[in-house]
Design a protein around this ligand. Structure first.
Ligand SMILES: Nc1ncnc2c1ncn2[C@@H]1O[C@H](COP(=O)(O)OP(=O)(O)O)[C@@H](O)[C@H]1O
Ligand SMILES: [Mg+2]
Length: 355
């Protein structure tokens, strides 16, 4: 009997519903699988945890769990999301990757922290020759300033002008911040993405009080709405295939029909029934139960059962076709070998000409 575990913190509604749904499905389909809350009795190096799959909803806040999950993954547990990638990722890199993938994002710069990190002094920053005018011109004002690695709306500022920036930046202390163009939006969406294949697009109104944010309707109409939703789905998949998240949400602010990705590093996204509402809750419980079952069936102990994004695997998963020039380059680099075989050398040149 393979076990699926869920690791969680203060959540009360999603984890038990997930466990119940997996168990119902396993029973109905006669699968040798069961789900339960993860029970941690001891964490020893190189020793597996007794789970084929673990859905991680909390290691972003509990470093002990993050280290435990890396060991579990090494021993063959399919950990959702990949704890190594989650540790490496942050919002600035997300935006950089989106630019390369052709997914629109607000114009953004990275700001060095206002206060020096511990154990550093002015000498630690001798490489910085910052051009503040050029930097401030990228986003313009109004702008959003937010941690380059963060979540839960913590330390997110809307800045009216440069004076506002000078007033608020000191408050961010040692945080490395993004300074980002404000997208004044007509529509706003949050999109669940599971297993890099199932996408659920939810209209979302960030200006409402917390409990009413999912109580929103799409404003685009007719064909424009259809086109917008298809584009959003395409962008959600592109981003998650490249980043390698199994469980994530992507937020978009839509301006003049263009969806700009705002926040797509949410590997333990809100799934509480009281905030997302019944319909969205039912979707996430069902889709995540299906994903966990698929992953448990495919999982093999002693192997790596993690998802690695196409970026880490050295390509963009076909999301952005490489420019023709780049294709020619590696062949030219292969020349030393080709020198020994004059005929082979002729081929790449002919191919390059066709393009
Ligand atoms: N560039 C932006 N343009 C418009 N609104 C933004 C922008 N960046 C952030 N916001 C608003 O601030 C909220 C919080 O920012 P977000 O990047 O999602 O941070 P967090 O990861 O803390 O949720 C967003 O849901 C959105 O309403
Ligand atoms: Mg957000």
């Amino acid at each position: 009997m393979k076990k699926i575990g869920i690791l969680f913190g203060q959540e009360n509604t999603y984890p038990p519903a997930f466990v119940e749904r997996v168990n119902e499905k396993a029973k109905k389909q006669g699968l040798k699988l069961m789900a339960e809350p993860v029970a941690v009795t001891k964490v020893e190096q190189g020793e597996p945890l007794d789970y084929a799959v673990i859905i991680d909803r909390i290691s972003q806040d509990v470093p002990f769990y993050r280290a435990m999950l890396k060991n579990a993954a090494l021993c063959g547990t399919s950990v959702i999301n990949n704890p190594f990638w989650w540790s490496a990722d942050e919002k600035f890199f997300n935006n950089c990757l989106a630019v390369k993938l052709g997914v629109p994002v607000p114009k953004t710069i990275l700001l060095p922290s206002f206060a020096n990190p511990d154990d550093t002094n002015a000498n630690s920053f001798r490489n910085l020759k910052l051009d503040w005018d050029a930097m401030m011109n990228v986003s313009g004002f109004p702008a959003y300033m937010k941690p380059h690695s963060g979540g839960g709306w913590k330390s997110v500022y809307r800045l009216n002008d440069l004076n506002d920036f000078y007033a608020k930046h000191p408050e961010t202390n040692q945080l490395v911040m993004l300074l980002q163009e404000e997208i004044i939006f007509d529509d706003y969406f949050r999109c669940y993405c599971l297993d890099r294949q199932d996408v659920h697009i939810m209209p979302y109104e960030p200006r409402n009080p917390h409990h009413l944010r999912y109580d929103s309707q799409i404003k685009a109409k007719g064909d424009a709405a259809k086109k917008l939703l298809a584009t959003i789905k395409d962008y959600v998949l592109k981003l998650n295939v490249a980043l390698g998240y199994d469980f994530n949400t992507v937020e978009f602010a839509v301006k003049d029909g263009i969806p700009y990705a705002i926040d797509f590093c949410n590997p333990a996204p809100d799934a509480d029934i009281h905030s997302v509402g019944q319909e969205n809750f039912d979707w996430i419980v069902e889709a995540s139960a299906n994903m966990a079952i698929r992953r448990a069936q495919a999982q093999e102990f002693g192997k790596d059962n993690l998802t690695w994004g196409s970026y880490v695997r050295g390509n963009f998963g076909g999301a952005t076709p490489a420019p023709a020039k780049a294709e020619v380059k590696p062949k030219a680099e292969a020349k030393p070998k080709a020198e020994a075989k004059p005929k082979a050398e002729a081929k790449p040149k002919a191919e390059a000409k066709k393009k």
